[in-house]
Design a protein around this ligand. Structure first.
Ligand SMILES: [Zn+2]
Ligand SMILES: [Zn+2]
Length: 233
């Protein structure tokens, strides 16, 4: 409520510019101009793994052969411009206001949200160093836009692991062995795990495993970016 009021006050007192191209926004445009908004047009994907396909499909061949532990992945797009730039600005430029704009856009693509959102946790040492967990911030925004609950401390990272960037899929899986635990049991059977970027899916798979072991039956993944296949080799 307070956030919305501050946002409205700011919008009415300063010229509003597109977050991407910097041109003035027309009335009725928020965060991005009409041209830049077209970057976020949905593209055909496999609903299950979230990877881009020539046509939309509930499950691609790879998912049929080796189904992911989650049921449905929602994303805004590939790990490519402009999402790469915006995530960089959030992580390294602390431009947190992008999170809410992106969360609002992502929320529109989720027709039947899970009743409980859980962010991918960050180890406390990394949290101390960075000062925030972008997945937790994204979870709070999504929770507000979707009108569902979130528990930001239910999943816990108990082992500090080297960054996943640059590692192959098997290396990522080994890197994450016993890195997570549950602080408490989820109160519902349908949850969504929230992360900013899903690359090979190793991190969310580890968390799915934990949740399935304690009786969760249906898991969605909500993320800003899904890394295209050629990055996963
Ligand atoms: Zn623009
Ligand atoms: Zn698939």
């Amino acid at each position: 409520m307070l956030y919305q009021r501050i946002k409205q006050t700011l919008f009415s007192s300063v010229p509003r510019l597109c977050a991407l191209c910097g041109l003035p926004l027309a009335s009725g445009e928020y965060d991005w101009c009409g041209t830049c908004l077209s970057y976020f047009q949905p593209t055909p994907r496999c609903t299950r793994c979230g990877l881009q396909m020539p046509f939309s499909t509930p499950q691609c061949g790879r998912c049929l052969k080796s189904p992911p532990l989650w049921n449905h992945l929602y994303c805004l797009g590939d790990y490519a411009y402009p999402l790469t730039q915006m995530i960089h600005q959030i992580k390294y430029g602390r431009q947190f206001w992008h999170i809410d704009s992106l969360a609002a856009l992502l929320a529109k693509s989720i027709p039947s949200p899970a009743p409980l959102l859980l962010p991918v946790p960050m180890h406390w040492q990394r949290y101390l160093h960075r000062g925030f967990n972008q997945s937790t911030l994204l979870t709070h925004s999504l929770s507000r836009h979707l009108g569902v609950a979130c528990q930001t401390r239910l999943l816990q990272r108990i082992r500090s692991t080297p960054p996943q960037e640059g590692l192959h899929k098997t290396e990522r899986e080994n890197n994450l062995m016993q890195a997570f635990t549950l602080r408490s049991l989820p109160p519902v059977r349908h949850v969504a795990i929230v992360d900013d970027v899903v690359t090979t899916g190793s991190t969310v798979s580890q968390l799915c495993q934990l949740l399935l072991e304690v009786g969760v039956e249906y898991i969605d993944i909500y993320c800003l970016c899904r890394t295209p296949e050629y990055h996963n080799q």
